[in-house]
Design a protein around this ligand. Sequence first.
Ligand code: 3UK
Length: 523
Amino acid sequence: MQDHTVVVSDRELTFAPTFNVAVPFVDRHLTEGRADRVAVRTNHGEEVTYGQLAERVNRAGNALAGLGLRPGDRVLMVVKDDPAFYYAFWGAIKAGFVPVPLNTLLRAKDYEFIIGDSQAAVIIWSPEYDPEIVPALERVEPGPAHRLRTVGEGPTLEALMAEASPELEPAPATALDDAFWLYSSGSTGNPKGAIHRHRDMVVTSQRYGVETLGAREDDVFFSAAKLFFAYGLGNAMTFPLWVGGTAVLYDGRPTPETTFEMIGRFRPTLYFGVPTLYAAQLAAFDELDPDLGSLRRCVSAGEALPPEILRRWKERTGLDILDGIGSTELLHIFISNRPDDIRPGSSGKPVPGYTARIVDEDGNDVPAGEAGRLLVHGLSAARAYWNNPEKTAVTMLGDDWLDTGDTYVRDADGYYAYQGRSDDMMKVGGIWTSPFEIEAKLMEHPRVLEAAVVGREDDAGLVKPAAFVVLADRGEAGEELEAELRALCKQGLAPYKYPRWIEFVDELPKTATGKIQRFKLRA
Ligand code: 3UK
């Protein structure tokens, strides 16, 4: 078998002994005659062909190598949905470095932590994120040796690429070598870097993208979920590049207006959203009267899709929504409904190549109909968390088995249904949100003594943060203080994290050891 190739069969994926994953995703298209086909389109009207993509990936890889990086050095990316994301990500991998895309909605304090934790040699960011990145970089000691904006002021990736060679030999690697990391939020609030290998994107693209979703070369992919999120990374980059299709990128905030506008203008065939956005799109449907005629399939992930949203979407559009559960640690969807087999209110059945177990506290399989912890085996599983042996030991169970931290139940027909998180984390708009972080922010207010945050369903059945606040002086409770607390959170936290409800209470339910009993507040 030749270098960097992969042979796909129903049973297994066979990787060449020398395997750099940038080759099958980027370079392969030149030898398969796709050089002039459009790989990416943007909302600014930019188009990048597969030929241009391969050349720019080489330039980006050479630009990074030219900085004097060593093999395995991390390249932090705080990059909006734009072709530059592809150049930096694949260029780093092809040249033997490890890209680490980060959530672009974080705050300076979050970036400061990740910069320190990752010990990255380089950070690349879109100039839009200056207000959070520049102060973070001022505070870290010593911080990344190399600091590049994608474009704009100071040293830029664009400028280095312009001077770099368009030829690059792939760095030698194997399918099991580290390729990239994705940070996942933990319940203690500190994000953990999940280490993914060269084979992982092949596994998700083939087993979910092709074999479950049915993605093909003539598909046009549009994802409301951004590239920094494992869900968006698959939807809008690895799946299209795996099948030789076209991705459509939008670099702004996904709202019903903007997503419908993009669908009408670029006529995608596959659309990927999260339940919150589907609900908002339905609420705005009549007013916006979108043209969704190009779509052949819609996907939802990130949190459970309420059956009512699926029903209304089908009523309005004639299209189903395929709900599936994925995670940062497994990289993409591993249990999913099928285009011809949808059970509303369930996540469906395991994707080919994945095995699921539902176990009790002792690790024994529970019978159908009983809830338990969901464990999953799959060849896209992260091998470890960076620099975190404790969390690795409880999550990565060995032999490519993972503890998802979710509670699930399997029915007699083999469909898996989500029951909730095994800890207190909540999903807001499909993104992990820690109650502790919001509580800490609320407690920054001088009038607040204590706060507890839990997830609560809104009218559409979607989870949003609700805060219980104990004041130093109960007499100050009221709308004015509520507005102040909301503003404090909006300003100091990622925008989706502010509490939608604030209730003033006399005290919080606690255990003997003083741990807040959030389950009592949820009830
Ligand atoms: C929850 C779901 C019920 C579940 C993701 C698709 O969400 C993704 O990754 P994260 O690491 O979160 C993982 C956790 O989110 N979840 C995700 N999807 C569903 N719960 N139904 C669903 N359909 O708690 C899971 O453990 O942010 C989604 C593809 C790649 C991803 N990384």
